[in-house]
Design a binder for this molecule. Structure first.
Ligand code: AKG
Length: 372
């Protein structure tokens, strides 16, 4: 029987590190190189000058804020999460909890319009329109980034990965997350947070200190996990909370450090998902990340998960496999992967379930390749 690796035990270490920034207005070839490097080293980067109109983003955020401001009984009419729909504190079906409420939507227009009737009873069309436009722009940005990845990796079909997300049957999702502030909604900033914000404005990185989740005794909003899809595009208001693990897979033995990501409402944060790790045969690593609850301000994040269709078959791309780099993963459909994911806790390393047999169980030829 194959058993997924258990939840990692990690020391609570938080450290300042700048995250890679990719300016999409620079020469495409250079931006593509930077994206490939960021995906290899961090599994994570921030994009600026991305072309998504600020008004569209503001409209989406306003819709999210309006929904989360409703009385609980109203919000519950859009739940319980199946996994789509409104949920509070419980994440998934296996006992994960956090200080978060969320609305998970399928990104296809028909599903958005249907859910809108429960989410925004006063004006469902307004909600569908805001979400539909945002999802369209996020999908375009995700596909541009994936095409650039294809170019940077010198794939024969540079559009192959983006094609999975452009497919009309793509299983992409949008999640709206709302994290309350630790002190119940007071927007006052502590001295330490003010210092962090000033530091991040100057250096592009955050200087949190101390122990505990987030280095400041914060609580878990959304626990440690990787995203299962191809890539994720996240943007948030100006409240901190997102942290990524460095190295992206923790480096084994729980020795990774948590890197707080300073918020930037004008930017998108992009992370490699499990499917992209499989497609690149482990060259890119699906980054472990989490959200901690800020002590001074509620956090609102809007997250687009770019996914293949359920029936799409995923296996390492032929250009990513070589005698010195044997195929790490067996092929699976996105539907199969999702099923495995829903049976596991948030923090499990689910891609391990799809690893090829260990070297000792493979043929002699494969072992010979590995030894050379
Ligand atoms: O809200 C955040 O910053 C992180 C959210 C996240 O990781 C998720 O929704 O999967």
């Amino acid at each position: 029987m194959v058993v997924a690796s258990p939840t990692p035990v990690r020391h609570e270490r938080v450290r300042t590190l700048g995250v890679p920034v990719v300016d999409l207005s620079q020469k495409r070839g250079r931006a593509a190189e930077l994206i490939v490097r960021a995906c290899e080293e961090f599994g994570f980067f921030k994009v600026i000058n991305h072309g998504v109109p600020a008004e569209m983003v503001a409209t989406m955020e306003a819709e999210a804020a309006t929904f989360f401001a409703l009385p609980t009984s109203e919000k519950q009419k859009a739940g319980p999460p199946s996994p789509l729909g409104y949920g509070s504190k419980n994440i998934g079906f296996n006992g994960d909890t956090g200080e978060v409420e969320y609305l998970l939507l399928h990104a296809n227009p028909v599903a958005i319009a249907q859910r809108a009737r429960a989410v925004c009873r006063r004006d469902p069309a307004r909600f569908s329109c805001a979400v539909g436009e945002y999802v369209g722009a996020a999908r375009e940005l995700a596909c541009t980034i994936l095409e650039m990845l294809g170019e940077g990796l010198h794939l024969r079909n540079t559009g192959a990965i983006a094609g999975l997300v452009r497919d009309t049957e793509s299983d992409s999702l949008l999640r709206l997350n709302h994290y309350p502030s630790c002190d119940g909604g007071d927007d006052k900033e502590s001295e330490e947070e003010k210092e962090n914000r000033d530091a991040s404005n100057h250096h592009g990185c955050c200087r949190r200190k101390g122990s505990g989740v987030g280095g400041g005794g914060g609580r878990v909003g959304f626990g440690e996990h990787t995203d299962p899809q191809v890539i994720t595009l996240l943007r948030s208001n100006d409240a901190p909370g997102l942290q990524v693990l460095s190295p992206p897979d923790g480096g084994g033995d729980g020795c990774g450090v948590w890197v707080p990501v300073p918020p930037d409402p004008a930017a998108f944060f992009v992370n490699v998902g499990d499917v992209l790790q499989a497609l690149t045969n482990g060259r890119f690593v699906s980054v472990r990340h989490r959200a901690v609850v800020s002590s001074f301000k509620p956090r609102l994040s809007v997250v687009y998960f770019a996914a293949p269709p359920l029936h799409a078959r995923i296996s390492p791309l032929s250009e990513m496999v070589a005698p010195q780099r044997p195929c790490l993963y067996r092929s699976f459909t996105w539907g199969e992967y999702k099923k495995a994911m829903y049976s596991l806790r948030l923090a499990h390393n689910r891609l391990e379930l799809f690893r090829q047999h260990p070297v000792a169980e493979q043929g002699d030829e494969q072992q010979h390749h590995l030894m050379n």
